[in-house]
Design a binder for this molecule. Structure first.
Ligand code: FES
Ligand code: MG
Length: 569
């Protein structure tokens, strides 16, 4: 036994318990020396055929294993719940916290010294990081990587973003249904995650900006051989991290979260980064609040990728990827440790930009001051957000009359009615789609633009809700209104015809109705009945925190790093 590592408590004993654990592991053909005290590296895999975005993770796990063996470690791959964003109802977000529990308890219960998190699709990496952070072993991220650019009739297609655009074109009569269906196969033509700057590519890019992965983890395409090499190098590195006792909490600091916020602004990254970063910070006990996101507000948009621009992740990779963005942000970035055991500067010192139409320079940005804006006011006392880079400039300062949908069903049944009493100045309001409401805070905040307006050529309208939206979505969409309607937030009191004021520049979201009237309405308000009364969904609804606290479960906040001492037999 070389070192007093954690795995010694599982594999180091010359008694019945040690025998049992080693002996049963040996039925897989592992030799004696696998149990000689070398670092045992868990490979936490969210591969699943029901999570198509993560379908490449089996091969990447093999790459990680090569690196672990090479560095003298013992790799052991284990599955955890996988969350297929496009496949799960009512929303994968309902299960992010469940995945985090699976990850946390798996890491804690098994005799591993360090862990490689293999994720990709939107909720997988955040759920894995949250779970890992609550155990706090040395941990490192390898992401699935984006799909190759979509292709159809000689043009590029972006995951999510283009299907939304095409759906509007079909509504407007500008695209045939036949063409719409034909784009389906061209949009997803290789393994990997959405190749727009959606939530998955945002999170893998932010993993890099926070120093939680090796450089280039954000953008290398899923099928690029260099991603396999990155997995191999990550396997080598995690063994060293165990030897250095470089834990997740040594990398996850207030500074690394601030770097994520700055990078997210420059990337035109997903609004979902807000809930995931808040929840992750809660696990490691870092005081991160909605106010901290304001440092992103002044940061210019540098990356010209959908949905905030026109290119895709392959182009971003070939232009130099996240290291170039970090280099442009160098004067803003905080000094922060990384999984390399070196400062984040090490990730971008040698970066070079190969295409300035894809990654713009800080001094000549694609859009000035385009980071997410935190909004407050009597309609969102605990905050709301809007993403200016994917919005229409003329709507970011707007006052208009609300048209209210009490539920998602009401919206779906009525949004395309020819007599819907709305015009381009209306503000659509959707209630009861927050964490408790749907439940799970689904991606329905980017309500469809009503058909009667689309036919008139309107492509954007102000929308306000307690929901999220996909990272691939766009529009002047106010999201994450907290507290949510179902929890009795002021959003619950809005009525059709009320005036609402949005000012992204001033960070304001106001319901222009006087206080006495609102109190009257509150007296008549009753909470909607919950959809679920048993099982995990009940646990979720009973314990979920609001969006401004990352929609984690209240009892999962924090960590427990105590050793597990009790034996199983
Ligand atoms: Fe899985 Fe976009 S749906 S990454
Ligand atoms: Mg999504």
């Amino acid at each position: 036994m070389s070192k007093d590592r954690r795995n010694r408590g599982w594999y180091g004993m010359l008694d019945k318990d040690g025998f049992i654990r080693r002996s049963w592991m040996k039925n897989q053909g592992f030799p004696d020396h696998a149990f000689d005290g070398r670092p045992v590296i868990g490979i936490c895999n969210t591969w699943s055929e029901l999570t198509p975005c993560n379908s490449g993770l089996r091969e990447l796990a093999e790459g990680v294993k090569r690196g672990v063996w090479e560095a003298g470690g013992f790799p052991v791959e284990f599955p955890v719940m996988s969350l297929g964003e496009t496949q799960m109802k009512p929303t994968a977000m309902l299960f992010r916290n469940l995945l985090s529990m699976d990850v946390e308890e798996s890491i804690r219960a098994y005799g591993i010294d360090g862990v490689v998190l293999l994720g990709g699709c939107d909720k997988t990496t955040p759920g894995q990081l949250m779970g890992a952070a609550s155990v706090d072993l040395p941990s490192i991220v390898v992401s699935a990587g984006p799909m190759l650019n979509g292709k159809w009739k000689g043009r590029d297609l972006g995951s999510g973003t283009d299907v939304r655009k095409f759906a509007m074109d079909v509504k407007a009569g500008d695209m045939t249904l036949k063409d719409f269906m034909a784009t389906e196969s061209g949009m997803s033509r290789s393994k990997g995650v959405c190749m727009t700057m959606g939530t998955a590519s945002t999170v893998s890019s932010l993993s890099e900006a926070m120093g939680l992965s090796l450089p280039m983890n954000g953008s290398l395409p899923a099928v690029d051989a260099r991603r396999m090499a990155l997995a191999h190098m990550t396997g080598k590195r995690i063994v060293e991290m165990v030897e250095e006792d470089l834990k997740l909490s040594d990398v996850l600091t207030k500074e690394s979260f601030e770097n994520a916020i700055l990078a997210n602004a420059a990337l035109g990254g997903s609004t979902n980064a807000v809930v995931h970063l808040l929840a992750l910070a809660g696990r490691v006990g870092i005081d991160l609040t909605m106010d901290d996101f304001e440092i992103g507000g002044e940061i210019p948009l540098l990356v010209n990728c959908m949905p905030s621009g026109k290119y895709l992740m392959e182009d971003f990779c070939y232009a130099g990827g996240v290291p170039v963005v970090l280099k442009e942000l160098a004067h803003k970035l905080r000094s922060a440790n990384t999984v390399m055991g070196k400062d984040i500067t090490h990730y971008y010192e040698d970066a070079e930009c190969y295409n300035r139409d894809v990654i713009f320079a800080y001094d000549e940005p694609r859009k000035p001051a385009a980071g997410l804006r935190v909004l407050r006011g009597n309609l969102a006392p605990k905050g709301a957000i809007v993403k200016p880079s994917a919005a229409s400039d003329h709507l970011l300062e707007h006052e208009g009359k609300a048209y209210v949908f009490e539920t998602i069903e009401e919206l779906k049944a009525n949004i395309d009615r020819d007599d819907l009493p709305v015009d381009e100045n209306s503000i659509l309001v959707l209630k009861n789609c927050g964490p408790k409401g749907y439940p799970g805070m689904p991606e329905v905040g980017d309500m469809p633009v009503p058909a009667k307006l689309v036919k008139k050529g309107v492509r954007d309208i102000v929308r306000v809700s307690d929901a999220r939206m996909s990272g691939t979505a766009f529009g002047t969409v106010v999201l994450h209104v907290a507290p949510e309607a179902t929890a009795g937030g002021p959003l619950a009191l809005v009525q059709t015809g009320d005036r609402i004021k949005l000012s992204a520049s001033q960070g304001v979201l106001e319901l222009l109705v006087d206080q006495a009237e609102l109190e009257q309405r509150r007296a008549n308000w009753t909470a909607p009945e919950p959809h679920y009364t048993r099982g995990y969904a009940k646990l979720y609804v009973d314990h979920v925190l609001q969006a401004d606290q990352g929609a984690d479960l209240d009892f999962l906040v924090g960590k427990d790093t105590r050793p597990v001492t009790r034996e199983s037999h």
